[in-house]
Design a protein. Sequence first.
Length: 160
Amino acid sequence: MSAKKEDKESMRRHLEKRILPYTAEQMYALVADVEHYPTFLPWCLGAEITRKNDKEMTAILQIGWKGLRDAFVSHVALDAPHAIVVTYGGGPLKHLENEWRFSPLPDGRCEVTFFVAFDFKSVLLGTLMDLFFDSAFCKMVGAFEERATEIYPNKEENHD
C-alpha cells in the first residue's frame, strides 16, 4: 500500500447533516463570519482574516485545549449562499478538507451538511484527538447552531 493511500485511510473524518430553522443565506453568513469564531466556537482562541473578497479568504485560526495551543492557515472558497470549502494552508496538520453545504428547503428552513477530514503531523496530537474526535465535532456543529439561535432569535427553535 502506498504512503499516500495509508495517509488518506488514517485521516479522521466527520460528516453531519442537520435541518435547521434558518435560511441557507443565514447559515452561510454565520459560517462565513470567521472573525467571530472565538466568541462561540470551542477551542478557537483567535481568528485573523489576512485576505478577503467575495469569492475567497485566507484565515489564521488560533486553536487550543488544556494548555496546547497552535495556529493554522486555511484558504476558504466562498460560494454564497450555497457552500464554503476550506483547504489547508499550513500549521500543525498534515491534511485538512472541510466543506459546508447549505441547501434551502421549501418551508424556509435549510439542510446544513458539514464534512471535515484531517490528520495531524504530530502522532501525539493525533492520538489525543482520537480520544474525543466525534464528540468534539458534534459539539462544534452544535456551537454553530446555538450561535444561529442567538443571532436569529425570531426563528422557531423546533420546526417539526
